[in-house]
Design a protein around this ligand. Structure first.
Ligand code: 6PG
Length: 223
């Protein structure tokens, strides 16, 4: 695991966007199409604002959320809305968003259709993750029923989970898909998350699911 420390969040957003653009360019030099998986939440927005103007062949990039909150795509908490408003604009508007949300009442009803839609595009070429204060990544929250199955090496690529502390049911990519990404990046800010990450290395994957993706991960941190 590499750890890159920035003086502030603005510098992290700009440099991380440049690094992600470089990773996407490298992937595009190897493949006709590449899969770029991104998180929701509050951290990635400034990175998307810098990345969306990058001079890359966005028309050859498929974008996929690492997880989705089960709300309508126009809801303020929707990760699909976040990506559409902050990443898939400017030059990046030419990219293709693969569906992580479906108009079903529950995420369980969408698992088969989302799995069918994304499977042909795997593996992930470039992965950006966030992390919660509890060490969760994507929607792999500690203490969630079904977490062990989602962390298994042979887990199904997409699972519906109902984390007790999450506001909504979730649809999430699972360990093999996340950990199998060819270029893996984690963006975290603040002292709390830095300490959570340091402690995670002494915890079980069930206690700190971020552990499942530490191999080959580059962590980008700002105070
Ligand atoms: O839907 C989500 O919330 C994200 O996909 C989730 O995995 C996020 O990356 C972490 O919860 C960190 O969120 P913050 O960046 O807001 O701290």
């Amino acid at each position: 695991m590499d750890f890159v420390e920035y003086a502030d969040r603005e510098l992290m957003a700009i440099d991380l966007a440049n690094k992600l653009a470089g990773a996407l360019r490298a992937a595009l030099a190897r493949s006709e199409r590449v899969l770029f998986a991104v998180p929701g939440g509050s951290t990635p927005g400034p990175v998307f604002d810098a990345l969306c103007a990058a001079r890359i062949d966005w028309a050859s990039v498929d974008v996929l959320l690492t997880d989705e909150r089960w709300v309508r795509p126009d809801h303020p908490r929707s990760n699909t809305r976040l990506v559409r408003e902050r990443l898939l604009v400017e030059r990046a508007a030419a990219a293709t968003l693969l569906p992580m949300y479906q108009p079903t009442d529950t995420p369980e009803e969408a698992v088969a259709r989302v799995t069918e839609a994304i499977a042909p595009h795997l593996p992930i070429s470039v992965l950006l993750l966030g992390m919660g204060d509890d060490g969760h990544v994507a929607s792999l929250f500690p203490g969630t029923e079904g977490l062990a199955a989602a962390l298994a090496e042979d887990a199904a690529p997409v699972m519906a989970l109902r984390p007790p502390e999450a506001e909504e049911p979730r649809l999430t990519l699972t360990r093999p898909v996340l950990d199998g990404a060819l270029s893996k990046h984690l963006a975290i800010v603040g002292e709390t998350k830095r300490a959570v990450l340091e402690r995670a290395q002494r915890r079980s994957e069930a206690e700190a699911p971020v552990r499942a993706v530490l191999g080959g991960l580059t962590v980008h941190w700002a105070p």
